[in-house]
Unconditional design. Structure first.
Length: 322
């Protein structure tokens, strides 16, 4: 009985090996066969299957986006497939019609000087399922940061092959930039004078803690009482793209500074003017904002020039970036 079992197992092994050898020798797999049959075959833009392509717009540096064309069918093309693409204004206008119907601002076209595409004609080689890549090069700094931009590219010809309706058009969006308050963690605030003890601390660091109830205060006790000009300097520790600053006055005293100048530096040594003879209302308890020419800075200094008394104070100092 044991001998029969061994023979049966041996027989099954021979059959399995024979099957493996047969499959290895069988080269007639339908999905690898070359064919000119266009029935059921489609050409498509690969990245168009992944919805809109969002470009990275910040930090400002020149970037690229690559895309190509794909082929789908049971077999492989027996000849090269030549595909052409072009900008699609119909798709652009259609999307804007939808956006405006939803109460959204219309897309703006890519500025011609903001981007370049090295090719819009592609070839899927014989026996392949994809073309070479095109490269879109763009410079984020040349786009309007307050607007959404759109570039629509569609396949216009595919050597007689069906173009996939769902992946015919590549939509590339350069989104507008949203200002946000920079993270002040680790930043260093210094001052020409500060109150080392007393109510609400009085230290320069209080303007960066996010708490309106703590304040920086020029010295009024424990040393020489100071008078104008007073200054506060912020070290952001690294180069930061600054679009504007905002300040909040002391919430329970309206006798603070009323005039100031704003300076910037990239190294903490050489200073240049960002705004001069600017007005500040210490009685207005809200954050008061000041636009500057957007630029990279490491240090910002506010020099208070005059006020309602010799002493002055400030609750919060905020830097905005993208």
């Amino acid at each position: 009985m044991k001998k029969i079992k061994i023979n049966i197992a041996y027989g099954f092994s021979l059959i399995w090996i024979a099957c493996l050898l047969f499959m290895a020798c069988d080269k007639s797999k339908p999905y690898e066969e070359l064919s000119n049959d266009k029935d059921g075959a489609m050409v498509f833009i690969a990245k168009a299957n992944n919805d809109m392509q969002q470009l990275t717009m910040f930090p400002y540096e020149k970037r690229t986006l690559k895309f190509n064309v794909g082929f789908g069918a049971l077999g492989l093309p027996a000849e090269d497939i030549h595909i052409s693409m072009s900008e699609d204004m119909h798709a652009f206008d259609s999307l804007n019609t939808i956006r405006q119907a939803n109460g959204e601002a219309a897309y703006v076209k890519f500025p011609s000087a903001a981007y370049a595409i090295d090719q819009l004609n592609f070839t899927i080689p014989k026996g392949s399922v994809s073309s070479d890549y095109a490269t879109l090069s763009y410079d984020p700094e040349t786009f309007d940061p307050e607007k959404d931009h759109l570039l629509a590219l569609s396949i216009t010809d595919a050597s007689g092959y069906t173009i996939s309706p769902a992946a015919k058009t590549l939509l590339i969006v350069a989104p507008k930039l949203e200002e946000r308050a920079a993270d002040t963690k680790g930043w260093i605030a210094t001052a020409s004078t500060e109150q080392l003890s007393g109510e609400n601390t009085g230290l320069a660091s209080a303007v960066l803690d996010g708490d309106l109830n703590t304040i920086w205060h020029s010295r009024y006790s424990g040393g020489t009482r100071s008078s104008y000009p007073h200054w506060l300097s912020i070290d952001m520790l690294k180069s930061t793209y600054v679009t504007k600053i905002a300040m909040a006055p002391r919430q329970n005293n309206a006798n603070g500074f009323t005039k100031f100048k704003l300076e910037g530096s990239t190294d903490g040594k050489t200073w240049f003017t960002l705004g001069d003879n600017l007005s500040f209302d210490p009685a207005n308890k809200a954050y008061q904002s000041y636009e500057i020419e957007p630029q990279y800075l490491r240090n910002i200094k506010i020099t208070m020039l005059e006020g309602l008394q010799d002493l002055t104070f400030l609750a919060e100092f905020v830097v905005y970036t993208y």
